[in-house]
Design a protein around this ligand. Structure first.
Ligand code: ZN
Length: 355
């Protein structure tokens, strides 16, 4: 790729940046050399010089009131200009894989070889990460409070602060999640295919599968997209623990996206079309079939209509009900063995429109 265009601006690595900017008419040829070196970034009252990294608290105040915004902020400012990629994790405090993905991805950055800027918020719900709590201390889901407001609940205040003070700097956003409690997800990108910039961002994560969907209103991903910032989420694994394979894949995905945006020297990667799903649906416990759930199918299995996926045993009657797939597709998410009630989500299947 010669030139990455993000939010209407032209970005490219190394010396070719000048040619790109000149060709796009963003700067006149006579002043092109001035574009070779980035300026310092002003963020949250801090100055981050080109070629440096900084880690600091979102707000420096030491007060009880300030503690609800005590998340860490990591910034790497490249020597040369380029896009600003933002990484967020820990919006749900129990989802740890993303927290470690963001930490590792940032630790590998050499700002001297970076074009553009990487801004990372590895634990947005910092208190939740410390205490293993999916939600905020006011029991709200932060991932339904974006873009937030300057008044209202703590969730809305935090969302507003993040949106206005950090997200406003971002040209693209990668948000990291796992499945929710008692479930596991195959590594997957969720992206809104109706926006070509978002679809391209997802494909150039370079690994896993891609699932189409815009996400719920109030989520960081969907509200960022509405604000003109291409955003995707990487969902991998289970909550409450660190899973090495999912973490390493996530770090590689960040590196692939940075390559796609010409922020590094790496070759960019693409997820093949066969791994990009337009449709997905949860298979749920039939009404009246509550009991103990024992899956036999596994994440990543390709199943056909009528295939046996597991069983549900009623512990009072000892009646065993087979869970059968109502459609063909790939299992991209599933519940772990546990007691389940009617309507409980058991298997998440994805398939192609053409299937
Ligand atoms: Zn989540």
């Amino acid at each position: 790729m010669l030139c990455a265009v993000v939010r209407g601006q032209c970005y490219i690595g190394k010396l070719a940046l000048v040619l790109c900017l000149v060709a796009s008419g963003l700067i006149p040829a006579a002043t092109a050399s001035a574009a070779d070196r980035a300026e310092s970034l002003q963020l949250l009252g801090r100055e981050i010089a080109p070629g440096t990294t900084k880690k600091f608290p979102f707000i420096p105040d030491r007060s009880f009131e300030a503690s609800y915004l005590n998340m860490p902020v990591f910034v790497a400012r490249g020597v040369t200009p380029g896009p600003t990629l933002c990484l967020t994790a820990g919006v749900h405090g129990d989802e740890l894989n993303g927290v470690e993905i963001v930490r590792r991805a940032f630790a590998k950055i050499d700002p001297q070889g970076l074009h553009g800027t990487l801004i990372a918020l590895p634990t947005i719900n910092a208190e939740g990460v410390r205490t293993g709590n999916r939600y905020l201390s006011d029991r709200r889901d932060l991932n339904r409070a974006f873009p937030g407001s300057s008044g209202g609940s703590v969730a809305r205040l935090i969302a507003h602060a993040i949106f206005t003070k950090v997200l406003s700097h971002c040209d693209a956003l990668l948000d990291f999640h796992t499945a929710s409690n008692q479930r596991a997800n195959l590594p997957q990108i969720r992206a809104d295919f109706t926006d070509p910039a978002i679809r391209d961002l997802a494909i150039h994560f370079g690994l896993g599968i891609v699932v189409n969907g815009s996400g719920p209103d109030g989520s960081l991903r969907s509200e960022s997209a509405k604000a003109g910032i291409p955003a995707i989420i990487y969902e991998a694994g289970e909550p409450f623990r660190f899973q090495e394979d999912e973490i390493e894949r996530g770090v590689l995905g960040v590196e692939n996206v940075m390559a796609y945006l010409d922020m590094t020297e790496m070759a960019d990667q693409e997820i093949p079309a066969a791994r990009i799903y337009e449709r997905s649906r949860w298979i749920r416990t039939d009404r009246g079939n509550s009991g103990f759930f024992f899956p036999t199918a596994r994440l990543g299995d390709m199943v056909d209509t009528g295939d046996l996926l597991g069983k549900i045993v009623d512990p009072l009657t000892d009646v065993s009900i087979e869970v059968v797939s109502p459609l063909a597709g790939e299992i991209i998410g599933m519940a772990v063995p546990q007691p389940v009630l009617s309507g409980y989500a058991l298997f998440h299947l994805a398939w192609h429109d053409s299937d």
